[in-house]
Design a protein around this ligand. Structure first.
Ligand SMILES: [Zn+2]
Length: 260
């Protein structure tokens, strides 16, 4: 049974199905489905297909005023950052450092601001400072040795949205005792255990969110005016779009509009 009806405008995220039988599905945490690779993802045509059939549990009614290209990005990058930010927002004005100002990071800055964190953007490109502040950061730190040393013991939380090589020793130094690092990107990871133990730090990953959190995220974003910055390109230019992405030129997400 579904409460959707013919003609409804729905959005579909990274996950389109789940097995419905494993311990995680039975707890309502379908994004952790034990069988997610074969039963949850868009094989073989991915997001580039012109039509799909989908398990109605993973088709979400979109807020009426929300443009489709906004929903498209929120339902992947948005839920990825909203889920940990929302669940860790246990008291006001916690100090959070968002590592990386890109596709995930520019949304994390907006959500963190709206969830009442004191937000610092941490980026290896100092030229992103202006934009990071415009997205909602209270502060900006360049990811170099002296700036990070100046920020030692500053943050309750770090959310890492970046990929690639990261100076973990300095970054972990910016966490307060009992601090927590949450990974949502896929960086290379190498840790020195001393600070982890002596400062009692925790490191965790976070993956998408469950169906209730997805619905909540969509209405929260709509209510707080949270929007990804997108470039629209027609589907027929898909190869050009992929090249822009590979060249690290997408600001901050490319949405393909189906015209074929
Ligand atoms: Zn399952």
């Amino acid at each position: 049974m579904s409460d959707l009806k013919e003609g409804d405008r729905v959005g579909i995220g990274w996950q389109g199905r789940s097995c419905g039988e494993c311990e995680w599905c039975l707890q309502g945490e379908n994004q952790l489905c034990q069988d997610i690779v074969s039963s949850g993802t868009w094989v073989p045509y991915g997001g580039f297909s012109s039509s799909i059939s989908v398990d109605n549990r993973f088709a979400y009614l979109l807020p009426e005023a929300m443009p489709s290209e906004v929903a498209a990005v929120l339902m992947c990058a948005g839920i990825t950052v909203y889920n940990p930010l929302q669940s860790l927002a246990t008291r006001p004005k916690q100090k959070i450092g968002i590592i990386g100002v890109g596709g995930l990071g520019h949304l994390a800055l907006q959500f963190a601001r709206a969830l009442d964190y004191e937000v610092t953007a941490i980026s290896s490109s100092p030229k992103k400072k202006k934009e990071a502040l415009a997205f909602g950061a209270d502060h900006f730190i360049s990811e170099d040795e002296s700036s990070l040393r100046n920020a030692f013991f500053r943050f309750d939380l770090l959310l890492c949205t970046a990929h690639g090589k990261i100076n973990w020793e300095l970054l972990l130094g910016t966490l307060k005792r009992n601090g927590k690092l949450v990974l949502v990107g896929f960086p290379d990871v190498e840790f020195n255990s001393t600070n982890l133990v002596a400062h009692q730090l925790s490191i965790t990953g976070s993956f998408l969110g469950n169906r209730d959190t997805m619905r909540e995220m969509l209405s929260f974003a709509q209510e707080h005016g949270i929007k990804p910055k997108v470039e629209l390109m027609p589907m027929e230019q898909v190869n050009k779009a992929i090249q822009r992405l590979k060249d690290n030129k997408a600001r901050y997400r490319i949405v393909l509009v189906n015209n074929v």
